[in-house]
Design a protein. Structure first.
Length: 145
């Protein structure tokens, strides 16, 4: 096995990585492009690196941290993951985004439902910043009334 493959194994033993993210990390370690590509191909062939598995794990982590689908999608695209994979995995959570947004709202407002207009606007901006769509935010407000 090559040093690039060994480095890839060490990186993947800590956490999942997307293929492009792993490629960039190996590139920073000054491995040449063919060696990196061979290491990635081997990792994928052995099932050690899988973009779908990476996306599933990343989405679960970001949901636990209180982020919405738009923010998660943007982050995954910036990591070089294909849009089809992202959309397919985010679609699995489609029915749950309202619940996740409600949880974030409850945590941020400390359980208070009697917010004045200014505080409510602040909460809405916070949810937007966290990556929830205006449609989901409208449903949250409707649910809380």
């Amino acid at each position: 096995m090559t040093k690039a493959f060994d480095s890839a194994i060490r990186l993947l033993s800590r956490r999942e990585h997307g293929a492009i993210e792993l490629y960039k990390k190996l590139e920073q370690k000054d491995f040449d492009a063919t060696e990196i590509q061979d290491a990635l191909d081997t990792c994928q062939r052995l099932g050690l690196q899988n973009d779908v598995r990476f996306v599933e794990q990343f989405i679960r982590m970001r949901i636990r941290q209180g982020y919405g689908p738009l923010k998660i999608m943007h982050e995954l695209k910036s990591k070089g993951v294909e849009a089809e994979i992202i959309n397919a995995e985010l679609a699995k959570e489609r029915d749950n985004w309202l619940v996740y947004a409600l949880n974030v709202w409850e945590k941020k407002s400390k359980g208070r439902h009697d917010l004045d207009y200014t505080e409510q606007q602040k909460q809405q901006r916070f949810l937007l910043y966290r990556g929830f769509s205006p449609d989901i935010i409208a449903l949250v407000i409707k649910e809380l009334k």
